[in-house]
Structure formats: structure tokens, C-alpha cells
Write a protein that binds this ligand. Structure first.
Ligand code: SF4
Length: 864
């Protein structure tokens, strides 16, 4: 079968994939060498997409309450309840909460239904949590939400500044491009409170105090002015500078004051400022560390101010670059899928509203911005939203203050969830669940971080009764009475309408426009190759989409940073792991991806570990005013003292602890409404269970194991649960399957080991101990798929001597840290390339290359 060109399901890099279907639900995945975003490269997540396309856990039929229903009944019910609610309580009593996982065509139909036909802007998206501060910052500075940079700018830059972005883990393919540029001589500066793998490879890392970004960037602007690198001619021609902008800037922005505020050395700060001043071709790439802040929009504008003031925009290798988290966050922005925008990059100005209403031939049009995510769920909790439709996202996990979101969903009179997964934390509250098409089944377009629009194409037929999101939404719209306006037969119909709206009554004042695309027929849509809207250098002519054609410098000032509180002395940060995505509904299916980080860890500085009695590998409770959760401790000197980091991926379905969403405050940026996930006051204390252990099963469990702490780990041919508990083991032992049991007890250490054998194969094992050691898991996990039971099963190891390869670093080739260290020492390997040549590590997806560099650096320093 011919390979199908499609795009990756995950991050905003938007890598092209060449997919060869090899069976009913099997596919071989390779990077698309012709896609401009990745030129054939994929990271570990994209590489292992093929492991996630089976139907395990899928929602395949509509469900009303707990019973399977026909599509007709389910759609009729959704339409009826939304209509009734609107007619009794008005349009503002209903809301949609959608997702950057939707394709542009899905997003377009949802936005049109809510804003043009229901008549409210109560449609917001999980992209609110990801990059809405970037949207707001762009609109303030440029007049329109425009990302001026492209990936090609990275290839041309002499200096790349990464701010609040662990690019090596979160956007690995772009990071490989950055590394390639650095190997050709560009300098890399990383600004991040944590010493991440990205920071470890930088020429300079500024581990600034969280939340001090405005001070850092404003001090840099002052330095640029004093160093004479402000581009006065560019400002005069193209930028509106508020009166007193420069006078206000000078106060408290000297090197020493800024170093104090940011808690970095004057020498490092000076080095950064001098590097920036000396390199006109600078790209400043920023991500969640900037956006997810209660001052996110000001932080964005502090960066945009710098680029505008130095004229570093609209030129090759010189641009501010907001990189998005989700695969189609940008497509959502283009259709207007945020509550704060109307459609096609238009806001709610009267002429825009009239234009969009006219184009849609809509009976009404939303008058003003709707409720943004945090306010939306608050309104659900207060009973102001009475019917809510959640599409392709899991707010019960991902919203801040998740306990309140649970209460709100439980109290909402009517909740609809369209999803690909049957059991999700949010789906548990749904009155109606609608089975949506997943990646590999749906057709449409996505826009990546550098404005490149690509097709996502179906690889498999729709399974069960699953249907694409656009179809589900338009069927509800038609049942609500708007048959003609939603008479779409295929995604191409919607795409053409979206393109026509982008150019409708557009005299050039809106940069977002897809002129040629509107004319193509279905065949052209099917054959679409990736293209970038807006061109390569979008502001090359210095014209901005504002009333006077000028960009704006926006005055911003650093907010005071409060000292830690006595009761909450630590600062909590959260983020992603390299090989997991969001709430792991897809990546959690791939055992290989669990090997990089199998459990949710709380990373703690060694001094804090000592002070708080936290030992590496033990458990700790992280508590905030909003809730608490238990994580495995990882002592890591890349953390700043007094600050801890946890991952965002684990849910109520996959861990009784490790749930980051329970912890942040629902505080938001006043302009963008984006929650400030990155700086939550917290306390951390050790948790000492009586026993710890693990449970290995050939089959999934319906519920979490009943003990103090349990975390699911995907393994080949089964599932593993890491456990800890206080009570007796009977309830956990009861989870073992039926079969022949072999057991061993060591009362002195409180150790108990049980293996269950059925039909000559291992089907379950439980290993626990109070004071003893537990065996490494790899060999036992492999026994789940072994044809014969090994006699040493209860020893947890193979007969004879067993090589210990250490924690897996390269998931593509299963190469552990001990193997790599041994090879570096014995074969005197000196760089990442020579490790690749010797072992293969880092030669496929490249995601582990920063980790290989770190191991080399440690070995070099040990040898010295
Ligand atoms: Fe997918 Fe990785 Fe590319 Fe992101 S960098 S789009 S996760 S392959």
C-alpha cells in the first residue's frame, strides 16, 4: 500500500508523517522527508504513534447515561436540551469547551454554531491554558494575532533565546533544528528557573526567579538603549511609542537591580545582555513558562517590545516566536475558537460582527467576548451555565483547581462529552457521551506553530459508530433548526467556507487570509501539500494591521514578587515529560513511551530534600490551598532551592496520586485569562507507607488498586501498578487473577511475593516489602509474554547472572544508562555522534540526544 502523508497527533511543531498501513489497525510510521516542519525527523512520541492506534479503551457507540444509544437518539437529545436551555435561560446559559486537538474544520463548525446561531461567545478551548497570553500580546503589539517567525528563522539566527521552554522535551524536532544551528556557530541562551536538558546544552542558562521575566526583558531593553542598538529609524517609521515610554523604562532597570530581582549573577546577566545587543539576527522563542502566568500577557509584550525596538522582526533570523503546545492551537486561533475572538482573526467590533453575520447568513451574532476557561467552569459551578458540551479534552484533569471543576461538572444539569476514549475523568460526569473519530481516522487540516497548514488524513475506516467531530456538531446544529447553514457533506466543504470567510470583505486590513485555497475543489483539498499562510517574512514591509499601520510598544512593569509564605514555603511549577502527551489517553497506550518516566515525580533540590526529610525514590505529599497529591521523589540539583516541579499527565484513571491539576490556584492573567500554573505556593512533606511494591497483570483493572498510592504503567502484554500502602494486603491480593499461585514470604523484611500461572504462562504477580528490596521490573515484565514460566519467577530475575542496563535513555533502541556509561568509558567515546555509532542510541528520533550529552558531560567531569 502507498504511504499516506499526514501530520503528527501531538505537539505544535506539526511534523509531517509518512504512514504505511500494514493491516486492519496497524501502521508503520516514518517522518515525511518533504514536510517543511520536520524534513523527515520525528521525536519519540511521533515515532511510536503506530503503537497507539488499536481500539483499546475506545468509545465506539453513543451512550446516554450508562446505556448505549443510537446516534439519532443521542443527537436529538443534545439538540433538544440545548434548545430548551436557551429558550428558558437565554444563549448565555450554554457553553462549549473545545480543544487544540480538533481539526480546523471541526473548530470552524463549533465556532459558527455557538457565535452565529446560538448567539453567544461562550466557546473556549484548552488552548486558553496553553498560549492565550501570546494571542493577547500579539494583538496588543501588532493589532492581530500574528506569529511573525518561521522555523527557517532558526536556521538563519546567530542567537537563539529560549524563554520558559524545555524545547528538548516539549518540541523535540524543533530543538534538533536549534542544535544543528548551534553546531554551525549560533549561540543558545536558555531562560528557565529549572536546569532542564535544554538548559544543560545552552551556552548560557539563566535560572531566574519564577515570574521575574518582565524585569529581565525590560532591563535588557534599557541595556539595548544604552548600547545604542535600539533601531530609531524602525521605530520612527513603523512603531507607535507611548509618551514617557523611555522615561519610565529607566527606573530600577540597572544591571544590579535586575540581577537582584531575577536572582541571577550580574556576570551572567551582563553576558546575556551583551550577547543580545551584539546579535541582530536573534530569535526569541517562548512557550508555557511565559504564557502560563498571571502576568503572561505583559511577559509576552516585554519580549515583543524588545524585538520591535531593535527592529528585529520581519527579517531572516530575527523574530519573536511563540511556539504552541497543541497540534492545532493555531488553527483554532484562525477560526476564532477562543471566547475572546469572533472568527477569522476578527474581534467583536461592530463592523466585524456585521460582516461575519452577513457571511454566515446567521440569525444572530455574539455581541461580546464570552467566558474564558476558568470563568466558564466557575459559571458552571455557580449554575449560570446549565448545558455544557466538552469536545476532545479532559478539563476534569487539566483545569487548575480540578476539585472545583469536578464539583461544577457534577452539578451541571446537562453535560455532553465527545471523545475518542470511553473512560475519562470528564466523561464520568457526562449525561451523553458521543464517540468521536481519532487521529488516523479523521480528515482535515491543522496549522502548526509557524503558520504551516497541513492535511491530516484518515488511515483507517471509522471504527464502531465513531464519527468525525465536524459531523457530530453539524448534526446537532441541523437538529436545532439550522439545516441550510450546516449542510456540509465533507471537510472540504467547511475548508472552502473557512477560506472564503478569511478573504470576505478583507481589503488587506486582516493579514490572515487564504485566498487561493477557497477556489480548490475536493480533489485539490485531497491533494493539498503543506503551505504557509502570510508568507515567510510577514512584517517585512513594516506594515502592521492596526488603524495607523504601526505596531505598538506596550508599557509593562514587573509586578512585585511576594516572598514565600510561612504556611506554603515552596513554589510549585508543573509541565510536560518528554515522552508523554497531555493526560496520556494516547501515549499511555505505548509501553515504550512509559520507559523514559514511568511515574509522576516531584523534583526537589538536594538541600530541600535534606531539610524536608525527602529521599530519592521515596514518596512525598505536595499540598497547596487547593488540594494535595502524592508523588515519587526525585532529588535533582537542576531545581532551584525552595522550588519543586511535577508533571501534568496523570489522572484519576491512572494514579491515585501524582495529579498536578488538583494543585494550582484558579488565578488568571487579567488580559488573556490564561491560568498561572507556574508559580503556586505549596508545601512538601514525606509520606511513609508501611509497605511498597508493584502489581503486574496481563489484564487491565476496572478501577485503581485499593491502597494509599497506586500508579499505572503501560507494559508490553499487560499493565503494571506501582503501589504503596498502610493497610493489609488482602484487598490488593484479591486483584490477582485466578490460577495456580506460587508464593514466598520473608517475615523479617515484611516481604511477600506471589506469582499466578494459568495455562503455563504468567498472568499476574504481586511483589511487596516493608523494609527489603524490590527486584528491577524489566525481567518480570518480559515474563508476561514469555512462552514458559521461568523457575526463578519469585526471585524476580533470570537464572544465572543478569546484566543490569539501568534506566532506559534511548526508548527507540532500549538502551539503558549503564550500557551507555560502560561504552563511554571502555570505548572512550567523546561525543553524542560516537555514542550513536557505537550503540545506535540517539540515531533514530534524537529525543535522547540531550540526555546523552549530559551523560557524556558527567563522565568527562568524573574523569577530570
Ligand atoms: Fe509529533 Fe514530536 Fe513532531 Fe511534536 S516534535 S509534532 S510530538 S513528532
Amino acid at each position: 500500500m502507498d504511504a499516506i502523508r499526514t501530520t503528527c497527533a501531538y505537539c505544535g511543531v506539526g511534523c509531517g508523517i509518512s504512514a504505511t498501513v500494514t493491516g486492519k489497525r496497524t501502521v508503520e510510521i516514518a517522518g515525511d522527508p518533504d514536510h517543511p516542519a520536520n524534513r523527515g525527523r520525528l521525536c519519540s512520541k511521533g515515532t511510536h504513534l503506530g503503537e497507539t492506534v488499536e481500539l483499546e479503551g475506545r468509545l465506539l457507540h453513543p451512550i446516554i447515561g450508562k446505556k448505549r444509544a443510537s446516534w439519532d437518539r443521542a443527537l436529538d437529545l443534545v439538540a433538544k436540551r440545548f434548545k430548551e436551555t436557551i429558550s428558558r435561560h437565554g444563549p448565555n446559559s450554554v457553553a462549549f469547551y473545545v480543544s487544540g486537538q480538533l481539526l480546523t474544520e471541526d473548530y470552524y463548525v463549533a465556532n459558527k454554531l455557538m457565535k452565529g446561531f446560538i448567539g453567544t461567545a461562550n466557546i473556549d478551548t484548552n488552548s486558553r491554558l496553553c498560549m492565550s497570553s501570546a494571542v493577547a500580546g500579539h494583538m496588543r503589539a501588532f493589532g492581530e494575532d500574528i506569529v511573525p517567525a518561521t522555523y527557517n528563522d532558526l536556521d538563519a539566527a546567530d542567537l537563539i533565546v529560549l524563554v520558559g521552554s524545555n524545547t528538548a522535551w516539549c518540541h523535540p524536532v524543533v530543538y534538533q533544528r536549534i542544535r544543528a544551528r548551534c553546531e554551525a556557530g549560533a549561540k543558545l541562551v536558555v531562560i528557565d528557573p529549572r536546569r532542564t536538558e535544554t538548559a544543560e546544552e545552552a551556552d548560557l542558562h539563566l535560572a531566574i526567579r519564577p515570574g521575574s521575566d518582565v524585569a529581565l526583558m525590560t532591563g535588557l531593553l534599557q541595556h539595548c538603549r544604552e548600547a545604542g542598538v535600539v533601531d530609531e529609524a524602525y521605530l520612527t517609521a513603523h512603531v507607535a511609542v507611548p509618551t514617557d515610554f523611555w522615561n519610565q523604562l529607566g527606573e530600577g532597570n540597572d544591571l544590579w537591580s535586575v540581577a537582584r530581582t531575577c536572582d541571577v549573577s550580574v556576570a551572567d546577566l551582563r553576558r546575556f545582555y551583551e550577547l543580545f545587543a551584539a546579535n541582530p539576527r536573534t530569535v526569541t522563542m517562548f512557550s508555557q513558562g511565559i504564557n502560563q502566568s498571571t502576568a503572561g500577557t505583559d511577559q509576552v509584550n516585554a519580549i515583543l517590545n524588545l524585538h520591535l525596538a531593535t527592529g528585529r522582526i520581519g527579517k531572516p533570523g530575527a523574530a519573536p516566536f511563540s511556539i504552541t503546545g497543541q497540534p492545532n492551537a493555531m488553527g483554532g486561533r484562525e477560526v476564532g475558537g477562543l471566547a475572546s475572538t469572533l472568527a477569522a482573526h476578527m474581534d467583536f467590533a461592530p463592523d466585524n460582527r456585521a460582516r461575519v453575520q452577513r457571511f454566515w447568513a446567521a440569525p444572530t451574532i455574539a455581541e461580546k467576548p464570552g467566558l474564558k476557561a476558568v470563568d466558564l467552569f466557575r459559571a458552571v459551578g455557580e449554575g449560570r451555565i446549565k448545558a455544557l458540551w466538552v469536545m476532545a479534552t479532559n478539563p476534569a484533569v487539566s483545569m487548575p483547581d480540578a476539585n472545583r471543576v469536578h464539583e461544577a461538572l457534577a452539578a451541571c444539569p446537562f453535560v455532553v462529552v465527545s471523545d475518542v476514549i470511553e473512560q475519562t475523568d470528564t466523561g464520568a460526569f457526562a449525561h451523553v457521551r458521543l464517540p468521536a473519530a481519532a487521529w488516523g481516522e479523521k480528515d482535515g487540516t491543522v496549522t502548526n506553530s509557524d503558520r504551516t497548514i497541513s492535511r491530516q488524513r484518515a488511515l483507517f475506516p471509522l471504527p464502531g459508530e465513531a464519527m468525525p467531530d465536524w459531523w457530530i456538531i453539524k448534526e446537532v446544529a441541523r437538529r436545532m433548526g439550522w439545516k441550510t447553514a450546516f449542510a456540509y457533506d465533507r471537510p472540504a466543504d467547511i475548508w472552502r467556507e473557512h477560506c472564503r470567510l478569511s478573504t470576505y470583505d478583507n481589503d488587506g486590513s486582516r493579514i490572515f487570509a487564504l485566498p487561493g485555497a477557497a477556489q480548490g475543489g475536493n480533489a485539490a483539498y485531497d491533494a493539498m501539500i503543506p503551505f504557509r499562510w502570510g508568507g515567510e517574512q510577514i512584517f517585512a514591509d513594516g506594515n502592521y494591521p492596526t488603524d495607523d499601520g504601526r505596531a505598538r510598544l506596550v508599557p509593562v512593569t514587573q509586578k512585585p514578587l511576594a516572598d514565600p509564605l510561612e504556611k506554603w514555603p515552596m513554589t510549585l511549577n508543573s509541565g510536560r515529560y518528554r515522552d508523554q502527551w497531555h493526560t496520556m489517553t494516547r501515549t499511555g497506550l505505548a509501553p515504550k513511551l512509559a520507559r523514559h518516566r514511568a511515574e509522576p515525580l516531584v523534583e526537589v533540590h538536594p538541600d530541600d530534600g535534606l531539610r524536608l526529610g525527602l529521599v530519592d525514590g521515596s514518596l512525598a505529599r505536595v499540598e497547596t490551598p487547593q488540594g494535595d497529591s502524592i508523588f515519587r521523589v526525585a532529588i535533582h540539583d537542576g531545581q532551584r532551592r525552595g522550588e519543586v516541579f511535577v508533571p501534568i499527565h496523570w489522572t484519576e484513571r491512572t494514579s491515585s496520586g501524582g495529579r498536578a491539576g488538583l494543585l494550582p490556584r484558579p488565578l488568571v492573567d487579567p488580559v488573556s485569562g490564561q491560568p498561572g500554573f507556574k508559580r503556586t505556593p505549596a508545601k512538601v512533606e514525606p509520606v511513609t507507607p508501611r509497605w511498597r511494591g508493584f502489581l503486574l497483570l496481563a489484564n487491565e483493572l476496572p478501577d485503581l488498586p485499593p491502597c494509599m498510592w497506586a500508579t499505572r504503567v503501560a507494559v508490553p502484554s499487560g499493565v503494571m501498578w506501582e503501589l504503596a500502602g498502610d493497610g493489609d494486603l488482602l484487598a490488593v491480593e484479591a486483584l490477582l487473577p485466578r490460577g495456580q499461585r506460587v508464593e514466598a514470604d520473608d517475615r523479617a523484611r515484611g516481604t511477600r511475593r506471589i506469582a499466578v500461572i494459568a495455562n503455563g504462562r504468567l498472568t499476574g504477580a504481586l511483589f511487596v516489602t516493608e523494609t527489603g528490596e524490590l527486584p528491577p521490573r524489566d525481567w518480570l515484565i518480559a515474563q508476561l509474554s514469555a512462552p514458559d514460566v521461568a523457575p526463578t519467577l519469585l526471585a524476580g530475575r533470570a537464572p544465572g547472572v543478569q546484566a543490569d542496563h539501568g534506566a532506559i535513555i534511548c526508548v527507540c533502541f532500549d538502551i539503558g544508562v549503564k550500557t551507555i556509561v560502560a561504552a563511554v568509558r571502555e570505548r572512550q567515546l567523546v561525543d553524542v555522534a560516537s555514542i550513536g555509532a557505537a550503540l545506535g542510541a540517539g540515531t533514530n528520533c534524537g529525543s535522547c540526544r540531550p540526555a546523552l550529552a549530559r551523560i557524556l558531560a558527567e563522565e568527562t567531569s568524573n574523569a577530570a
